[in-house]
Design a protein around this ligand. Structure first.
Ligand code: AMP
Length: 379
């Protein structure tokens, strides 16, 4: 157990590290972050020390590990070498190297999901030109060709309708290892954020609905509408088995496609707190960040229950700042129940995640409507 008063180390200096750092500070932990962006970074502003270095700089990672009691991260693309370096200093790195290894690569991730009996889109590997025809046989068309390595928010993927388009998309993506997925005819997209402790204890925040705009999360609605107890139980069972089988210590988000018939297919995994779990800060007994802290420090997990009956979160992208400063005062006057979170980023760029709004309501749908209105009031 790493008790309050100890020092947690975060690899990554963005908003996820920032919100974890705030939760850690609240519980009396010291926080150090390592990332490339300097002490003015979102997480660096909260930490007592920021090491300005690249995540692959082994000397820096070694010194960092020496100075902290446990290391966790805000993104999954930490190299195996860096994890080895942390462990060689006798410090725990949580979640472990196996979790990162599996989730860093879509193909490995999908094969893992298949091996534990989780439904996904039909998929096949495309690692050479010769694979394309066979892959199309497996998945059917239309499909989505995605790079197996680093891709997020819809980057590194193409929708394809014919074999020729698939071949062209593979060229365009740089002839790198890819996975072809059959197109899932989903009714809506959801996610479930879950946590697992050192002792194998488990807790999740339930199935939520996510609306995207230009491939970026726009609004999360909690609970998702028309979720029967059966569907939410199914989502929990899927998340529980993933965290168990991957032996996760920490937080992991399962992104899901939900069909009109109420079947669930796993789209992808993120072994960390997730944008779709930001509502938990204001709307749940324990936030996803406090849960991450508790899990990686070997503390008992907190109560994940929703405080009210419904809640919603809307992202604030840099676009809200276009041509003017957002009308904070006007929004707060008209929506005194809305909670504002800003990540301390100096420059607002289109598509850049600058902050979010959260509100509670009698239902998820009512809260989603209200949080959209509040965001519109900023313009
Ligand atoms: P991803 O980066 O894998 O989360 O994909 C980004 C978005 O593309 C998802 O949120 C979906 O809206 C869409 N998408 C990805 N894969 C599929 C698929 N196999 N079938 C249908 N839509 C998909």
């Amino acid at each position: 157990m790493i008790p309050p008063g100890s020092t947690i180390g975060i690899l990554g200096d963005g908003q996820l590290g920032r919100m974890l750092a705030i939760a850690a500070r609240q519980m009396g932990y010291e926080v150090q972050v390592l990332g490339p962006n300097g002490p003015d970074s979102p997480a660096g502003q909260i930490a007592s020390r920021q090491v300005v270095a690249d995540y692959t700089d082994q000397e820096a990672v070694k010194a960092f590990a020496r100075a902290v009691d446990v290391v966790t991260y805000e993104f999954e693309n930490v190299s195996a070498e860096s994890i080895k370096t942390i462990l060689s200093e006798g410090k725990p790195a949580r979640p472990g190297a196996n979790v990162l290894y599996t989730t860093q690569n879509r193909l490995r991730e999908k094969r893992f999901l298949q091996s534990i009996g989780c439904a996904t889109a039909p998929f096949a590997a495309v690692t050479s030109e010769n694979d394309i025809a066979v892959a199309v046989e497996v998945t059917g068309l239309p499909g989505v060709l995605k790079t197996a390595g680093s891709g997020y928010d819809g980057k590194g993927q193409r929708v394809v309708r014919t074999i020729e388009e698939t071949a062209a998309a593979w060229e365009e993506l740089g002839r790198v290892d890819c996975v072809l997925e059959g197109f899932v005819d989903f009714a809506w997209e959801g996610s479930i954020v879950a946590a697992r402790g050192v002792d194998g204890s488990y807790a999740d925040f339930g199935l939520v609905k996510n609306d995207h705009s230009h491939h970026i999360l726009d609004v999360t609605e909690v609970p998702a509408p028309s979720v029967t107890p059966e569907l939410s139980q199914k989502a929990s069972m899927i998340a529980r088995s993933i965290l168990q089988e991957l032996d996760v210590v920490g937080v992991l988000c399962v992104e899901l496609f939900v069909t009109a018939e109420g079947t669930l297919r796993v789209n992808e995994l993120a072994p960390r707190p997730h944008n779709s779990g930001h509502f938990t800060i204001d709307a749940c007994v324990t936030s996803q960040f406090e849960q991450q802290l508790r899990a990686v420090c070997g503390l008992p997990l907190g109560d994940p229950s929703l405080l009210g009956r419904g809640a919603a979160m809307a992202n604030l992208l840099g676009d809200v700042w276009t041509d003017h400063t957002p009308d904070w005062s006007g929004m707060m006057t008209d929506f005194p129940d809305v909670k504002l979170h800003l990540y301390g980023k100096a420059e607002a760029k289109p598509g850049r995640k600058m902050g979010h709004l959260t509100v509670s309501g009698k239902t998820g749908a009512e809260a989603a409507e209200r949080v959209r209105q509040a965001r519109a009031r900023l313009r």
